[in-house]
Design a protein around this ligand. Structure first.
Ligand code: C5P
Length: 406
């Protein structure tokens, strides 16, 4: 359940901070990646070095560090996560959260984040029961902040009672439960097609295209991170299968179509694959030879083509299996937006993501993309950004459409 998820872990200054090292280790064992912010108080209990070694990532601490801000600003840090976890969360830090203070990196990241937050409080029982803490916790709960623990038992201060940070296994369980049920697209099913198809000419030759699969694969991953149960149907590509996604590998358009039909019903289908429009009518069962003697002047073979099924059009056709939202891609080399608008109408999909893939843009196979999102007659032109960022932004739009008002 936590496979492929990105956790931003904030470690504040309580004795339970030592347990956060084990939390990081267990999260990584489950396939999550963890980026940590260690507050000044937290650094009194554990070192940035041990947290960095266990998380395998740089540890952030100082809001005013110019180098950190240029590498990864606090806004990006707070948003490039699927869930923010504060463990341990001290009484002082809970009070800061409740007040909305932003005087260090951890509290600023919490104000800036657009992600859900789970806290694991840890303090002395009297502090936990104090009316100020009660009021602060009520304020956080009212804002949708999730919490796990604290539990009862021996406290580090020598007293006994409520206030112990939840056990690491309980925190892991709460994070798993969040992704099972609390993530914005939990319980929703998504289908993404990606990469090229290949159509055989004979057993060794084929017709294909230059699609890298980078954009489609990133979209599948972004949807899975929002909690969607995602099936990615992928043509032959060299990018790795994304974590936390069911991947079906196909080669031909016909295989892509039947894999899509098998994945239905879904609520959203994103057709990012570059499907060969045509396939060879009668692929040879043996390698086509020039001639037995390989004579010069032999006529080249004529390869007859026939049309492939249009998967996007089929998924968009009215019917009870039609996904609520069908999104096509239009890779164009000229008149990008006009051609894409025509495609939206012709195929019957709901949205089209158009991009100019003429060779000079370097978009085919590259890491960046410049896209226009076309919804009806509206055209939104997005600035140049990484394919990863396009995927995240598109996934956010999909989330808003599926979970927001109709
Ligand atoms: O017509 P064109 O190939 O440019 O349309 C691109 C869009 O249609 C993409 O979303 C692509 O995945 C989809 N498509 C398809 N089946 C085809 C051809 C294109 O699903 N046979």
């Amino acid at each position: 359940m936590i496979l492929g998820k990105r956790i931003l872990l904030i470690v504040t200054g309580g004795i339970a901070a030592y347990k956060s090292l084990d939390l990081v280790r267990r999260l990584r064992e489950g396939g999550a990646s963890v980026r940590a912010i260690l507050t000044k108080g937290g650094a009194e209990f554990i070192t940035p070095l041990s947290l960095a070694a266990i998380s395998g990532e740089k540890v952030y601490g100082d809001l005013f560090s110019l180098t950190e801000e240029s590498e990864m600003g606090h806004i990006r840090l707070s948003r490039q996560a699927d869930l923010v976890v504060v463990a341990p969360a001290t009484a002082d830090f809970i009070a800061k959260m409740a007040m909305g203070l932003a005087d260090d990196l951890a509290s600023t990241a919490l104000l800036a984040t657009d992600k859900d937050v789970l806290i694991a409080p840890a303090m002395n029982e009297k502090m936990w029961q104090h009316p100020a803490t009660r009021r602060n916790m009520a304020a956080l709960e009212g804002r949708g902040v999730l919490s796990v623990g604290p539990g009862a038992g021996d406290l580090a201060c020598g007293e006994e009672g409520w206030g112990r940070m939840a056990e690491v296994s309980e925190i892991i369980e709460a994070i798993g439960a969040y992704f099972r049920t609390g993530a914005p697209l939990a319980g929703r099913r998504a289908l993404v097609t990606s990469g090229p198809t290949i159509e055989a000419i004979d057993p060794v030759r084929f017709i294909s295209n230059r699609s890298s699969g980078k954009q489609g694969h990133a979209i599948a991953q972004a949807l899975a991170r929002l909690g969607a149960e995602t099936t990615l149907i992928a043509g032959p590509v060299s990018v790795p299968d994304p974590a936390g996604v069911d991947v079906v590998h196909i080669e031909t358009a016909a295989e892509l179509l039947s894999a899509c039909e098998e994945a239905l019903p879904v609520e959203v289908a994103v057709c990012a694959a570059a499907v060969s429009d045509w396939r060879v009518k009668n692929p040879a069962t043996r390698k086509i030879k020039k001639s037995a003697a390989g004579k010069k002047g032999d006529k080249p073979p004529v390869i007859a083509l026939e049309e492939n099924p249009d998967i996007l059009a089929r998924l968009s056709a009215p019917g009870n299996m039609r996904p609520a939202l069908v999104i096509g891609f239009a890779a164009e080399t000229e008149d990008c937006v006009e051609n894409a608008k025509a495609k939206l109408a012709a195929k019957g999909c709901d949205w089209i993501v158009a991009n100019d893939v003429s060779a000079a843009t370097g978009i085919l196979g590259g890491d960046d993309n410049i896209v226009h999102l076309i919804i009806g007659s509206d055209v939104e032109s997005w600035p140049k950004m990484s394919k990863q960022a396009v995927a995240e932004q598109l996934a956010t739009r999909i989330r808003d459409r599926l979970t927001g008002p109709p």
